[in-house]
Design a protein around this ligand. Structure first.
Ligand code: SAM
Ligand code: SF4
Length: 422
């Protein structure tokens, strides 16, 4: 499908967009032709949002005023006509929905020890609203992958029902969950039966004392039990482990954690600590960088570039072999260098917070409310349009239009990671 690109606001952006043709990185949209036309010269410019390109055929959804729950939605996996594009040519197809802002841990890099104001239950997206948003995303906007997160999604009592509902609507959609796994021991099987595809578990240490120090709760065993249950329930295809290293706390465990993960066939991903902690204690000169992580791992492992296509994945992947036998690949490891090597130019994420606000970027200071539309009788088309507008405004990168986390002009967002949905 050929896309005409309209509404580019300045020649600067036109230059940033560079060459005339950008290949869309998503499904069957094969080409995006970038044309620096003036707003209003063709198509209808939506203030702050995407121009409506003249299309060869009417959208399957245009003007239908449908509401979600359309039984065909899950099967419409072909290209949509107006996906979530932004001014810089990126197409968002990876949807992350936070189900709740509450959590049963208090990780120091994410939450304060106490004093967090929770959203009242009435402001959380209901299960039905989550289903409706997913359907609009998949059917009308080109969403191809769903991640449920939080806060801690397992704290949400209707989590299994939400997964079952989305699965019923979208039999083919990959649905994953990011969780600290506390409580997963009981819920892994129901979640698998409800149709969850995969799970990402956050685990920063293998030592109970360090867990207590990092997460301010004594739940290491519950997390490990949850991981075992997830594997037994078939949610490890593959099971991914997310680890944040904190200097002087758990950074010495990098190689141990990798050995542990490799032994179990898990894919470990180290995430550089980002300035998204509620305490605003993050310091660039104190964070553990991807270079340091590789140095730590090199004490016991030889890392070589993973030949698989990165394909929009935030993690740079490496094959892992023991130093004692460098020819024997025993697993893989990923490093998400969000701070030192941001992957903004290839970002495919669109995020919705637990109260239904679109965040085009983790570091956005702008939020676009969808729940108000959902709760005031708006049609799916209205919701889709507002969602498109939000994504159209996605910044080019962190910081003030450049990859500048930790630079002088970087202003940390008010929301912590738990309140955004990581
Ligand atoms: N509670 C769940 C969990 O911990 O997996 C889901 C939500 S949590 C916000 C999602 C991910 O964000 C976790 O893997 C966590 O390690 C990561 N995270 C939280 N704060 C972070 C920060 N400041 N920098 C980097 N990653 C962070
Ligand atoms: Fe909770 Fe996850 Fe944040 Fe830790 S990282 S406090 S588990 S939301």
């Amino acid at each position: 499908m050929r896309w005409l690109w309209h509404g580019l606001e300045s020649s600067r952006r036109g230059m940033e967009l560079g060459s005339a043709v950008v290949y869309a990185r998503w499904m069957s949209i094969t080409r995006v032709d970038l044309q620096t036309t003036r707003p209003g010269s063709e198509g209808q410019r939506v203030p702050g949002g995407p121009a409506r390109a003249p299309l060869p055929a009417p959208s399957a959804s245009a003007g239908s005023g449908r509401t979600a729950g359309d039984p065909q939605a899950g099967e419409q996996q072909d290209a949509v006509e107006r996906p979530l594009v932004d001014r810089f040519g990126r197409v968002a197809s990876d949807l992350r929905i936070s189900l709740i802002d509450k959590c049963n841990l208090r990780c120091t890099y994410c939450m304060p020890a106490d004093g967090m104001a929770w959203l009242p239950k009435s402001r959380l997206l209901t299960g039905e609203e989550v289903r409706r948003l997913v359907t609009i995303g998949v059917r009308d906007l080109g969403v191809r992958e769903l991640r449920l997160t939080g806060g801690e999604p397992l704290v949400r009592v209707d989590l299994v029902d939400i997964v079952a509902g989305v699965r019923a609507d979208h039999p083919e959609l990959p649905i994953s969950l990011t969780t600290n796994a506390v409580g997963l021991a009981k819920k892994a099987r129901p979640l698998a039966e409800a149709g969850l595809s995969r799970i990402n578990v956050s685990l920063d240490t293998l030592h109970a004392g360090t867990f207590q120090e990092l997460a301010r709760r004594n739940h290491l065993q519950a997390t490990l039990d949850g991981i075992d249950a997830a594997v037994e329930a078939g949610l490890g295809a593959p099971l991914k482990i997310n680890t944040v290293l904190m200097r002087g706390v758990n950074d010495h465990e990098a190689a141990d954690l990798l050995a542990w993960a490799v032994e179990r066939g898990f894919e470990l991903r180290f995430i550089e600590q980002m300035p998204l902690d509620a305490d605003h204690g993050w310091r660039k000169d104190n964070m553990v960088t991807s270079t340091e992580i590789r140095e730590r791992l090199a004490e016991r492992f030889v890392l070589s570039a993973d030949p698989r296509e990165r394909d929009g994945a935030p993690a740079e992947r490496f094959q892992v072999a023991p130093v004692s036998d460098p020819g024997r690949i025993v697993g893989t490891v990923g490093i998400i260098a969000s701070v030192t090597e941001p992957f903004c130019s290839d970002c495919r994420r669109t995020r919705i917070t637990a109260e239904g606000k679109v965040m085009a970027c983790l570091f956005s200071r702008e939020e676009t409310d969808l729940s108000e539309l959902l709760r005031s009788g708006a049609t799916d088309d209205d919701v889709a349009d507002r969602w498109r507008e939000a994504m159209w405004g996605k910044p080019r990168a962190h910081g003030m239009g450049h990859p500048g986390l930790g630079d002088d002009d970087f202003v940390q967002p008010d929301r912590s990671m738990s309140a955004i949905g990581g």
